[in-house]
Design a protein around this ligand. Structure first.
Ligand SMILES: [Zn+2]
Length: 268
C-alpha cells in the first residue's frame, strides 16, 4: 500500500475518530479543552485544491480542524479559503513575513498586518502559525521577540502557546512521521521565546517522541490498540497527500530533494 494517499488519510482520520478523540481546531486548544482531544492542523504550503479535498473529507466525517494559508500565489485562493471556512473549519494565517522581509522587523510587521487584513476580508482569523521557510536563514517566529500578536487580535500561535510536554505532536513534514533530522524549523518549543525559554526544546520537539512512528500505518495501529496519549496535535500538509501517481511521485521527488538540501543545511 502506498502511503500518503487520500485513502490512507481517510483511514488515519477514521481510526483516530473511532478511538475516541474529539477533533478540535487550534483556536479551541487555547480555551482549555478537557478530555481526550486531537488538535488538527493543516499547513497549506501549496496546491490549495488538495486542502479543499481534505477539508471536504473531514467535513463528511464530522471533524474540524484549522487550515493555515499563506498569502503567496502557491497557497492563496480566495474561493477555496471561503469554502473551507463554510465547511466549519478554522482558517488561520501561515505567516512568513520575517523571511519575506529578509530580517527587516519593521517591514515584516507591516507585511504581517497587510496579509492579516487581506485574509480577514474573507473570513475571521483568530490564530496564526509560522511557515518554516526552510531555505531562509530567518525564523519567522522571531518576529514575536519584538512584537505582540495579541495586539492584532490573535489568540495564539501553536509553536509558542501549546505546551508540547503535554501534547504529543505528529507532523507529516518531509513525508514521514518521525523526520527529526529533516525538519529544520518544525521543532516545537515549550514556552515563549523570551530569550530564556526559546532554546529549551521539549523532548517531543527534538523528535524524541515517546513512540516512534514512521508510516501512517504505525499511527493507525497505535490508535486501534489505544496506545496513543490522550492529547495529540497532528499537522498535515495536504499537498503531500494524493491518490494519483504522478503528483505523488512529483511530491516524493521534491521532498527528497528538499530533504537532501535541509540535511546539508543542518549538517554540523
Ligand atoms: Zn508551511
Amino acid at each position: 500500500m502506498r502511503d500518503f494517499t487520500f485513502d490512507t488519510l481517510n483511514r488515519l482520520l477514521s481510526s483516530l475518530k473511532n478511538s475516541g478523540y474529539n477533533f478540535i481546531p487550534v483556536a479551541e486548544a487555547f480555551r482549555n479543552p478537557e478530555g481526550k482531544y486531537l488538535i488538527l492542523r493543516h499547513d497549506v504550503d501549496a496546491r490549495p485544491k488538495n486542502s479543499l479535498r481534505c477539508a471536504k473529507l473531514e467535513s463528511r466525517m464530522g471533524i474540524r480542524g484549522t487550515y493555515y494559508f499563506r498569502t503567496v500565489r502557491e497557497s492563496y485562493d480566495e474561493g477555496i479559503i471561503r469554502e473551507i471556512s463554510h465547511l466549519g473549519h478554522e482558517i488561520g494565517y501561515h505567516y512568513e513575513d520575517l523571511a519575506a522581509a529578509r530580517g527587516d522587523y519593521d517591514l515584516a510587521i507591516r507585511l504581517f498586518e497587510q496579509s492579516l487584513a487581506k485574509l480577514r476580508r474573507l473570513v475571521p482569523i483568530e490564530t496564526i502559525c509560522m511557515h518554516g521557510s526552510p531555505l531562509s536563514k530567518y525564523d519567522n517566529r522571531k518576529l514575536w521577540d519584538k512584537y505582540d500578536y495579541g495586539a492584532f487580535g490573535i489568540s495564539g500561535e501553536p509553536y509558542l502557546d501549546i505546551d508540547f510536554n503535554k501534547v504529543q505532536y505528529f507532523t507529516d513534514t518531509g513525508r514521514r512521521w518521525n523526520g527529526k533530522k529533516v525538519s529544520v524549523r518544525d521543532r516545537v518549543m515549550s514556552g515563549k521565546p523570551d530569550g530564556r525559554g526559546d532554546k529549551q526544546l521539549s523532548r517531543a520537539a527534538k523528535g524524541e517522541s515517546r513512540q516512534n512512528f514512521r508510516s501512517t500505518a504505525d499511527i493507525i495501529k497505535a490508535a486501534e490498540t489505544g496506545s496513543l496519549p490522550p492529547v495529540v496535535m497532528i499537522t498535515l500538509h495536504p499537498q503531500r497527500w494524493d491518490n494519483r501517481l504522478m503528483p505523488w511521485l512529483y511530491e516524493l521527488f521534491w521532498q527528497n530533494t528538499k530533504n537532501a538540501v535541509k540535511r546539508f543545511l543542518t549538517a554540523p
